[in-house]
Design a binder for this molecule. Structure first.
Ligand SMILES: Nc1ncnc2c1ncn2[C@@H]1O[C@H](COP(=O)(O)OP(=O)(O)OP(=O)(O)O)[C@@H](O)[C@H]1O
Ligand SMILES: Cc1ncc(CO)c(N)n1
Length: 300
């Protein structure tokens, strides 16, 4: 028990995925698997499955603010994350409430598109995300297409990911993790085709003001990756709520998502969901989660 609080508390501010693999549902399942008390502020309801987003029904910005205020003022929040924010108005209201409540352990997953291709963020909201929310974040976690939208070029090699992560620090977050899940690499961190022979890896590159940490793990050739980004950032948020330092929290997120993808569920006819309880089961068995990490100097 820390400071009279019986359990770590985490808040997700994100969209609902009726399919249960991404969004609010993935976040709450992940918090629960890590024994963190989960709370939610829903920004939009999506009618979605493993194949497509059929409809998006945003909530009024004041409804998003009211949910955040309600839980912060009564239950309290040790760490929070944002996911699908959809509109400029919702981005602005979330930034306003985060500032007002002085939420410092904030993970911003700059969700722009679903794996099925649907847009989850209006184009004019991208600028608001960069200008209003990035400066409040402890960590921002873009995937490769999101890095391209933010910087105008997609990193491919380890050195390019490192450069992009360092450049994104200029928007004001304390740290940036460039996630490489969309493009497998070889031993040297150079891109390879997903179905090339031999061992392939995924490299996620974390930049902080102190330096760069590269996380490498095996690449799994599977279509069942719906909600990987949400699940990963929720695991990092849960670890922060438990009191972990940033690099340890990211390492926990890496191990959690590795297990969740390895044991993903072939549900539906599209991209199936990841397995949110695999990490807890494997850890119980003492399994080796195959995540390597090493530190380098920041290239700035
Ligand atoms: N095929 C894979 N094999 C191993 N790790 C993967 C794979 N795909 C994604 N990951 C890992 O999952 C995490 C999320 O990365 P990814 O790039 O898929 O995020 P994302 O595109 O934001 O996800 P989504 O939009 O589906 O929620 C990262 O840690 C990444 O390394
Ligand atoms: C609601 C929601 N948030 C995020 C994603 C990205 O995976 C998704 N597909 N749906």
């Amino acid at each position: 028990m820390q400071g009279g609080v019986p359990v770590p508390r985490a808040l997700t501010i994100a969209g609902s995925d009726s399919g249960g693999g991404a969004g609010i549902q993935a976040d709450l399942k992940t918090f629960h698997a890590l024994e963190v008390f989960g709370m939610s502020a829903i920004t939009a309801v999506t009618a979605q499955n493993t194949r497509e987003v059929r409809g998006i029904y945003p909530l009024p910005p004041e409804a998003v603010a009211a949910q955040i205020d309600a839980v912060v003022e009564d239950i309290g929040v040790d760490a929070a994350k944002t996911g699908m924010l959809f509109s400029r108005e919702i981005v602005e209201v979330v930034a306003d409430r985060v500032r007002a409540h002085e939420i410092r352990k904030l993970v911003v997953d700059p969700v722009m598109r679903a794996k099925s291709g649907a847009s989850l963020l209006a184009p004019e909201a991208e600028k608001a995300l960069r200008e209003h929310l990035f400066p409040l974040a402890l960590l921002v976690t873009p995937n490769l297409p999101e890095v391209e939208a933010l910087l105008g070029e997609a990193p491919r090699t380890r050195a390019e990911k490192k450069g992009a992560a360092c450049r994104l620090l200029a928007y004001g977050p304390k740290a940036v993790l460039v996630k490489g899940g969309h493009a497998p690499v070889d031993e040297e961190g150079n891109p390879v085709s997903p179905d090339a022979r031999g061992r392939k890896y995924v490299e996620d590159v974390l930049a902080t003001e102190e330096g760069v940490v590269v996380f490498r793990k095996d690449y799994w050739l599977t279509p069942h990756t719906h909600g990987t980004g949400c699940t990963f950032s929720a695991a990092v948020t849960a670890a922060l709520a438990q009191g972990a330092e940033l690099v340890e929290a990211v390492a926990l997120g890496e191990a959690f998502i590795d297990a969740a993808i390895r044991h993903a569920f072939p549900l539906g006819k599209g991209h199936g969901p990841t397995n949110h309880w695999a990490f807890a089961s494997l850890r119980f068995d003492g399994a080796d989660l195959a995540v390597e990490r090493w530190e380098e100097a920041c290239g700035r």
